[in-house]
Design a protein around this ligand. Structure first.
Ligand code: SF4
Ligand code: MSK
Length: 674
């Protein structure tokens, strides 16, 4: 082992209080024994700034930072707090919130832009390393861009050349980031009543970049000073993310790398193998990880690894890269966001390859203590530490770059120290659900739509649908809120659609298997899951794949029922352990698409109660969705269930559910009391 950097931290975390996962606890303990600090220890020794947390610190000009703490005992009468320029607490909190949306929308959308650029290279035949794997998906999305898929030849309608379609879709898709006029093509994929609400409020996105830039302009010192008007631009930018950058990322990734269909893999750090070359892929863009998977599975690389004394090559994912390669290739997930340093602490990680988003800079410090090669690959995401290797990934020679990275890991295998400690915890997980596969599993036999799902919602076997998504946060116990919220929902017959680190947490906990239905679900959901053989928690992919949840909700609306719009559905959203600005953008587009959305941990606007009230109550009048906050995971889930029940009542389907849930014991009770 290389020399251990002994950075002293004031306090260390209690491993059991830090995570519910025993493997994570073991690795936190091991890091502490080695005197290597991890995020868990840093969270124990550094407290967050209370004023910043509440959203009421402004540093948008050099006369500040202006801090506007809430008076002890709350505000009585008029709120007179203001910054040097006179900005009120509402303005400051709204500007801070808007900038979080801008950063989140930018991150998802810039990811989408990279995919669109690769797609254009493929369409132009500038690269041979990528190709269109799902032409059916291309044909399915082409009409949204007004791209014809048929052509008339001699009066006869013929299929249009797929390469021509690809090129036209690629050019039009890439143009969505900066087109001069019009609105985003995908806005019209939303149910019509929702699109009309956006139109009426003036929030249909014009182009993706413009909406982000406009937030930055409007929140500059001395521009927009009406919190409602600031929120309006947040809505437009967040829709440019959910129904724009993220949705384009998901669709084009599916076209290029294949639309996911259910497959089985394993999850948690126990997937690493002592006698294999272990490569961890971490970040978000599958443009990189797809090639690493292909290189690592090539006969040449496997033979090369064997020539170096390893039995093979084991890939594992962290964060959303884990979700991407899990859903398309069944590559195991090594862990969530908070486990990234711990993957290196195992001593078995020969290389960690990172691209963009959610990557700790401290990985470089931890890697210094082991033989692990830490490789950055993206031109916009480098690290200053001198032990980090930068291999810039370029789609024009993607396979060559990926092979170089895999070879580096194999060559590093022999440098591994003897102090390997891989916690033996892992769970089986089934992932790879999407709009198409849900239709296949829960669709009608003849109608080929969401007919059966709708039927089960209406008859009450499925009480409602929840999207539970998002990060881990070192300020809360790792995975505890994720798992508690999800278990409470499925216990109450609410089917869960999961993405991001919630998806990995559920996989680690064994919730992504059909058998889970028997153990944890209420009777209605259990019956449905057992009949069709699906887990009660459906893994829909990565953070950008939250767009799949929007489209699944849209399919439910379109397939028919007593509802007309997403906001009418017995559905709710949740991010129990959120931490990133991307989560705020996701929340804002869920809310603006009509979804009641509850966040855990804390809410970054509590210092401006009037502005918060606008998000938590008044937004509902405009779009039918609203924000809420609840840190306690059981209460959090119950808020969602109460909302679902309220919607069932409004739809007149609450009675149907009462009948379904009436089991023998309930009936006997009723008969006895009659
Ligand atoms: Fe203070 Fe106004 Fe400058 Fe913000 S913009 S730092 S509130 S003076
Ligand atoms: S990786 S954004 S910690 S979900 Fe998408 Fe996980 Fe949140 Fe990153």
């Amino acid at each position: 082992m290389a020399e251990v950097t002994k950075e002293k931290v004031k306090k260390v975390a209690d491993p059991i209080a830090a995570s519910i996962d025993p493997g994570t606890q073991e690795l936190i303990r091991r890091a502490q024994e080695l005197e290597i600090d991890t995020v868990f220890d840093r969270a124990a020794s550094m407290k967050p700034c209370n004023i910043g947390m509440q959203g009421i610190c402004c540093k948008n000009c050099a006369m500040g930072p202006c801090r506007l703490p809430l008076p002890k005992g709350g505000i009585e009468g008029e709120d007179t707090r203001k910054g040097l320029c006179g900005a009120t607490a509402n303005t400051i909190a709204a500007r801070n919130f808007a900038r979080m949306v801008a950063a989140g929308a930018a991150a998802h959308s810039d990811h989408g832009r990279s995919v669109a650029e690769v797609f254009l290279s493929v369409a132009r035949k500038e690269t041979r390393d990528y190709r269109i794997k799902d032409p059916d998906k291309l044909l399915a999305i082409a009409p949204y861009f007004d791209v014809a898929t048929k052509v008339e030849v001699n009066g006869e309608e013929m299929d249009r050349d797929i390469d021509e379609i690809a090129l036209e879709v690629a050019e039009k898709a890439l143009n969505e980031w900066g087109k001069a006029e019009g609105e985003l093509y995908y806005a019209k994929r939303a149910p019509e009543p929702l699109y009309e609400k956006w139109k009426k409020s003036g929030v249909v996105p014009r182009n993706i970049d413009r909406e982000v830039v406009e937030i930055m302009h409007r929140t500059h010192m001395g521009v927009d000073q009406d919190y409602k008007n600031i929120v309006k631009q947040c809505t437009r930018a967040s829709l440019a993310d959910g129904w724009g950058g993220s949705m384009l990322a998901t669709d084009l990734q599916d076209v290029l790398f294949g639309t996911p269909y259910p497959l089985q893999a394993e999850s948690n750090m126990g997937v690493l193998k002592e006698d294999h070359v272990n490569i961890i892929v971490h970040g978000h863009e599958p443009v990189l990880s797809e090639m690493i998977v292909a290189a690592a599975q090539s006969k040449e690389m496997v033979a090369y690894a064997q020539s170096k004394g390893a039995k093979g090559i084991q890939l594992g994912g962290i964060c959303c890269t884990a979700n991407e390669i899990f859903q398309r290739h069944g590559v195991p997930q090594a862990g969530t966001y908070l486990q990234q340093e711990l993957a290196i602490i195992t001593g078995a990680c020969d290389a960690m390859v990172v691209d963009i988003q959610c990557v700790f800079q401290n990985l470089a410090n931890v890697a210094k203590c082991f033989h692990t090669k830490l490789i950055t690959t993206h031109p916009i995401a480098k690290m200053e530490q001198d032990n980090v290797i930068h291999i810039e990934f370029d789609e024009h020679h993607a396979m060559e770059d990926a092979t170089r990275i895999v070879k580096l890991a194999i060559d590093n295998f022999e440098n591994r120290g003897s102090e390997v400690m891989i916690p033996q915890y892992k769970a089986t997980a089934i992932g790879g659900f999407g709009v198409e596969s849900i239709e296949y599993h829960l669709g009608g036999t003849f109608r080929g739509s969401y007919y059966t799902l709708n039927d089960n919602i209406i008859n009450g076997r499925i009480r409602g649908v929840a999207g539970v998504v998002g990060c881990n946060n070192a300020r809360t116990r790792h995975n505890e809120a994720h798992i508690t919220v999800v278990k409470e929902l499925i216990k109450n017959d609410v089917i869960v659609l999961t993405t991001g680190c919630n998806g990995i947490a559920c996989a680690m906990e064994g919730l992504l298997t059909p058998e889970t239905a028997h153990v944890f679900c209420g009777p209605g959901l259990r019956e449905v899951c057992e009949t069709v053989g699906i887990p009660p928690v459906l893994h829909l992919g990565s953070c950008v794949d939250n767009s799949r949840i929007l489209l699944a909700a849209t399919e439910v609306v379109k397939a028919g029922g007593p509802w007309k719009d997403i906001c009418d559905l017995p559905a709710a959203g949740s991010a129990p352990e959120w931490m990133s600005e991307k989560a705020i953008s996701i929340g804002q587009y869920f809310v603006s698409s009509g979804v009641y959305t509850v966040f855990g941990y804390h809410f970054p606007t509590v210092g401006a109660p009037v502005f918060q009230e606008y998000l938590f109550k008044e937004m509902e009048r405009l779009y039918g969705g609203k924000w809420d906050f609840e840190a306690d995971p059981i209460k959090h889930a119950r808020l969602m269930i109460a909302h679902i029940d309220k919607k069932r009542k409004e739809l007149g389907i609450d009675k149907a559910r009462e009948r379904v849930l009436m089991d023998m014991a309930d009936r006997m009770k009723l008969e006895a009391s009659a």
